[in-house]
Design a protein around this ligand. Structure first.
Ligand SMILES: Cc1cc2nc3c(=O)[nH]c(=O)nc-3n(C[C@H](O)[C@H](O)[C@H](O)COP(=O)(O)O)c2cc1C
Length: 201
């Protein structure tokens, strides 16, 4: 018989915000990544990764991601969706680990991550921000709601999917082939996983 394991009982309320973040993001894994494109002032394309990302509903299709606070002002994605309530959630293929990490560095609002990182875009069909070329699935979204959570606070951005672009051949009868779908997940710190084994039950 396995020995009974002991546990550390951690009261999150006595920890620093940084330690809470480390524990939560190290435990809730792997997290898919929404690589969000928005339009900034002057039509500048902004791209930023968000792994606090979830399907909220399928009727209609609602996706949401949570934007944390930033010292000295809101993150550009939040500023942009408030000004132009449209965005694209691009899924992240394997091989883009360094790109998403680099896209999360601080860039001045007048700097486009897309240009800086050498990403290429494809025009969207229903919203103004473009899609990212190389991503196999993109969701064009209209802003549905922004809700605030926590003391900092986090801004939970909910988008209604107006159209979903799926690379040809990836889906059959609306089922996406998990073996042909290249994605990554974020785990704690600057670490990512690439899905391996598929267990069918
Ligand atoms: C893989 C990855 C996932 C991230 N997830 C989040 C997240 O869910 N929420 C958040 O506020 N920041 C997250 N970040 C940090 C943002 O990407 C970062 O603050 C970025 O500079 C925001 O860009 P913006 O100012 O252009 O919106 C993540 C970073 C990485 C590398």
């Amino acid at each position: 018989m396995d020995p009974v394991k002991s546990f550390d009982h951690i009261d999150l309320s006595v920890l620093s915000r940084a330690d809470r973040y480390k524990l939560l993001t190290g435990a809730v894994i792997p997290r898919p990544i929404a690589f969000v494109t928005t339009l900034g002032p002057g039509g500048l394309v902004n791209a930023a990764p968000f792994s606090q990302f979830i399907i909220l509903a399928a009727d209609p299709g609602l996706l949401a991601f949570s934007i944390g606070p930033k010292p000295g002002g809101p993150k550009d994605t939040l500023t942009n969706v408030k000004a132009l309530p449209e965005f694209v959630i691009n899924t992240v293929p394997q091989g883009w680990e360094e790109i998403v990490q680099a896209a999360s560095e601080e860039f001045a609002p007048e700097v486009s991550e897309v240009e800086k990182l050498g990403l290429e875009t494809l025009p969207s069909t229903h919203v103004r921000p473009p899609r990212l070329k190389g991503s196999q699935v993109q969701f064009e979204c209209r802003l549905e709601q922004i809700a605030q959570f926590g003391d900092a606070p986090n801004n939970f951005v909910v988008g209604r999917v107006v159209v979903m672009h799926v690379e040809s051949g990836l889906a059959k009868d609306c089922k996406i082939d998990p073996k042909a779908y290249s994605t990554i997940g974020r785990i704690g710190g600057r670490n990512y996983v690439r899905p391996g084994e598929v267990v069918h039950v």
